[in-house]
Write a protein that binds this ligand. Structure first.
Ligand code: F6P
Length: 564
């Protein structure tokens, strides 16, 4: 928090007042072709399918023509998307409200590169931390890092929230086939004591290493969980000195780490120019590096780099990351659709939608432009999703027949993860066959639907025709890779990071601050004081006052431990 000087010297372009925006409005009111009609062109799939590293990105099932692409690219050019991307890569302070550079792309550059920011080459510090992470990871994986009682570590618990949790938690699950089999990995984020208690019940203090992951090292939930873990561990082992063997910090705040009681030699540093939701390939990724090993982690970074280079080098018009972002703008602002679904057909990606929610919604859920003026148009959509095929039996009804279309991203893999496809009936399609078939079929059903004439051909009850008709014309992207490898995961994440970036540039917002989460934190601090001190004045609105009073009464009537 805190007040900072906001640079308002350059007035942000109100993009909705531009000729490029007006041209898209006109275009939106005149496009009449349905996906069925657009697919009369047999070349459409090949024309709009792009190679992004190892990803095949099929944009053909979108409501676009060459003219749409031209107009969207004109908009992107007007917003100087390519120039802004360069500014990010080279360390300009594009996070203006916090007066910071935005350099997550530096985290995956090679050590031979040079990147001077404020007179300092940041590459040596990045690689020094990566190297010390690798040394720790090797020691833990090899059983050389011992707990206080001399036993090797077999459990790693990452305590963090938001960007200090979702990235590594998502990736450790996604890359399970690459995870060291003799170890287990836990992620505790919620301040609800249930999650910590459940975790502590299944682990052994003598063989557990806690990673306290917090950029600021002041986040209330993480600090409360870290203190709970510390008191559990020192209580179980019976010596406060055990903290040194069982606690490591991942942070930018050395002073707070030290005050907590973690030796800064056991702190893995990152920098204020790494945003929390962009930090999974910084020290915040240590749990992942221990899980998959330094070499596989390096492959992951290579995947990120592939897409960074792709976005940098590919002209806007043929740049699938940029086009995918612009399609999001097209639907949000010109067709007025408010949601975006991410549907991985991969159980291992079950936390990917949650990861993307933070990446996208915390970045572009903004109502003012960088110069502080209110936007006069919609910005970031609601992002959500679940892995297929589960979602099909839950919320896809709305995707197919609801009143407001939701553009979808389908993500699938040609091969099942190694070792996960052994058991199946030899006379039937494999489960992975079914999984992939369902993904393809859903994209097809959304795009082409089922007309009432088609329904009539098989439905004898005329009352059911309209119920069984699918309007179709609902757009989706399909992203396919051969295997879910570390490199492919890096490519996927970078794809979305830069998609979010491009949209933020078009909307003229600062995608790298998150002031909107502050108010709730401040108010929670006030309320918790009132909950624990029954004598404190409560001066809120009558609804809030009643909730505080209700909780106080419950506290007063709780039985002291041992008396229930
Ligand atoms: O409150 C939101 C937020 O600041 C996120 O942006 C961030 O990822 C999360 O909290 C955790 O922050 P920290 O890593 O400082 O504990």
């Amino acid at each position: 928090g805190g007040t900072r000087h906001v640079n308002t010297t350059s007035q942000t372009l109100a993009i909705d007042e531009s000729a490029e925006w007006a041209a898209l409005e006109t275009h939106a009111s005149s496009v009449g072709n349905t996906l069925r009609e657009l697919f009369d062109d047999d070349e459409r799939a090949s024309k709009y399918t792009f190679d992004v590293g190892d990803l095949k990105v099929d944009l053909s099932k979108h409501l676009l023509t060459d003219e749409t692409v031209d107009l969207l690219v004109d908009l992107a050019s007007r917003c100087q998307v390519a120039e802004r991307f360069d500014q990010m890569l080279t360390g300009d302070r594009i996070n203006s409200t916090e007066d910071r550079s935005v350099l997550h792309t530096a985290l995956r550059r090679r050590s031979s590169d040079t990147l001077v920011v404020d007179g300092i080459d940041v590459m040596p510090q990045i690689h020094a931390v990566l190297d010390s992470m690798a040394r720790l990871a090797d020691r833990v994986r090899g059983g050389d890092w011992k707990g206080f009682t001399g036993k090797a570590i077999d459990t790693v618990v990452n305590i963090g929230i938001g960007g200090s949790d979702l990235g590594p938690a998502m990736a450790v699950r996604a890359l399970e086939p690459y995870v060291a089999h003799h170890m287990s990995f836990e992620f505790v984020s919620n301040v609800d004591p249930v999650q910590m208690t459940q975790t502590l019940r299944r682990i052994d203090p003598e063989t557990t290493l806690f990673l306290i992951a917090s950029k600021t090292f002041t986040t209330a939930e993480t600090m409360a969980n870290a203190r709970a873990a510390r008191s559990w561990l020192t209580g179980a082992i019976g010596d406060d000195a055990a903290v040194a063997n069982h606690f490591v910090a991942l942070s930018t705040n050395a002073q707070a780490v030290e005050e907590f009681g973690i030796d800064t030699r056991n702190m893995f540093e990152f920098w204020d120019w790494v945003g929390g939701r962009y930090s999974m390939d910084s020290a915040i990724g240590l749990s992942l590096m221990i899980a998959i090993g330094p070499d596989a982690f390096d492959d992951l970074l290579g995947g990120f780099r592939t897409v960074d280079n792709y976005v940098h080098e590919t002209p806007l018009r043929s740049n699938a990351v940029v086009l995918s972002a612009l399609l999001g703008v097209w639907y949000r602002n010109f067709l007025n659709w408010s949601a975006h679904a991410v549907l991985p057909y991969a159980q291992l990606l079950d936390r990917f939608p949650a990861y993307l929610q933070q990446l996208d919604m915390e970045s572009n859920g903004k109502r003012v432009r960088t110069d502080g003026s209110a936007v006069g148009y919609d910005t970031g959509p609601i992002v959500w999703g679940e892995p297929g095929t589960n979602g099909q039996h839950a919320f896809y009804q709305l995707l197919h027949q609801g009143t407001s279309p939701v553009p979808c991203d389908f993500i699938g893999f040609l091969n099942p993860p190694k070792g996960y496809d052994q058991f199946h009936d030899p006379n039937a399609p494999t489960q992975h066959d079914l999984l992939f078939a369902n993904m393809v079929a859903q994209a097809e059903a959304l795009a082409f639907g089922r007309t009432s004439d088609e329904v009539e051909a098989t439905e004898s009850n005329p009352d059911l025709i309209s119920h069984r008709t699918f309007p179709g014309n609902r757009p989706s992207t399909t992203i396919v890779a051969r295997d879910l490898t570390p490199a492919v995961l890096g490519q996927l994440v970078a794809f979305y990071e830069h998609r979010v970036f491009v949209q933020g540039v078009v909307w003229g917002v600062n995608s790298f601050d998150q002031w909107g989460v502050e108010l709730g934190k401040v108010l929670a601090g006030t309320v918790v004081g009132e909950l624990v001190d029954p004598g404190a004045d409560i001066g809120h609105d009558c609804s809030t006052n009643a909730l505080v009073t209700m909780y106080r009464a419950a506290v007063a009537s709780r039985q002291p431990p041992g008396q229930d």
